[in-house]
Ligand binder design. Sequence first.
Ligand code: RM4
Ligand code: MN
Ligand code: MN
Length: 419
Amino acid sequence: MMERGSYRSSGRSVRAESTTTVTLSTSQTESIYRWLDDFRIELPSWGFANTGTRFGKFLQAGAAVTLPEKLADAAQVHRVTGCCPTLAVHALWDFPNGIGDVADVKLSASRTGIEIGAINPNIFQDQIYKHGSLGSPDETARITALRHLMDSVEIGKRTGSRDISLWFADGSSYPGTANIRRRREWFIEGLQAMHEKLSPTQRMLIEYKPFEPAFYHTDIADWGMALLLARHAGPQAKVLVDTGHHYQTQNIEQIVAWLLAEDMLGGFHFNDRRYADDDLTLGSIDPYQVFRIFHEIHQYAFDTGAQPHIAYMIDQSHNLKPKIEEMIQTALAAQELYAKASLVDHAMLARHQANCSLIDAEECLKAAFYTDVRAVLVGWRRSKGLPDDPLAAFRESGYLARISTERAAGNAAAVTSYA
Ligand code: RM4
Ligand code: MN
Ligand code: MN
């Protein structure tokens, strides 16, 4: 019978250079603790609200409607995970009165102990954006969009947020209907004007997406276009990688490696996907993909001795799973895969790569991926006074039952369909 993990021939066991298993030493455990200490994951305000698909919404009685409710829910996630101290906000949805809402927002944030994270301008929802925002052929639309972007910069200054995350729905759905190069020029003009308004500590992160809602061309379709636009905009513009915004089978970790090498990786929008921009829970479909992304980041830190300034943000909105529990699940998945990727033996990997030892190099990576780090994560949580099992702790708190009662009537009265 074949023995697991080894190959028997003439009674001799042939084993690869200890790359098939990783037994955690004390120093490895401590190293994971240090990585986790610095690993923060930003929650999305829209992830706590009732959302749906274009076919309709399934309402959750406890969903958050107001920003104070979203902040309160985010505080629950942070209370049990200890790694989610900030909340990304959506300018239009969370600041309906724009800059005028900042004082109230800051007050509710300080009450919950959650800080306001990235500002997400909304230049896709209003009627004026039917044919685009910064790329629209309608000058009024472009001016309106730029004004909103500048207001978002101002909101960010007042909330003390470092990043402004830019996602544009711009594009066209039929060949011949848009002048692609002209629109690119308008984008460059608009982004440059926005960049001039940034304070020295602010950054603008440019997100790309190959399709949806435009289905023929999108103005920022991929990382190359985002990178070039960021370069045109100015030195404080970086690229935002949304893990759901790629073509099927695209090598995302290679994009990450290149952006790191160019000092152009600003942050992530975490989610998982199977078919399109599905916004599924991070790591639910392909945890090895997430691991490989984190591996490139750890590899970069190992090679350069530098820590890149990456904003790790979740961009998921769940209409089926309970929202707060889902955010806890996501944060834990991110921590687990980040910790696993930190275990890669970089010195050994470099040796195998230099020798072109293909199997050993690959096994070196897989050994880290298959190492069970869950007990180390529990140890890290204990060292921080956090619950061993964040999900169980949240369930035991009774918070969901309470908000479901308090918010039920308001949520039932909400719009139930997009039609
Ligand atoms: C996009 C993209 C953006 C998000 C919008 C609503 O697909 O992921 O980040 O703000 O959806
Ligand atoms: Mn996104
Ligand atoms: Mn998306």
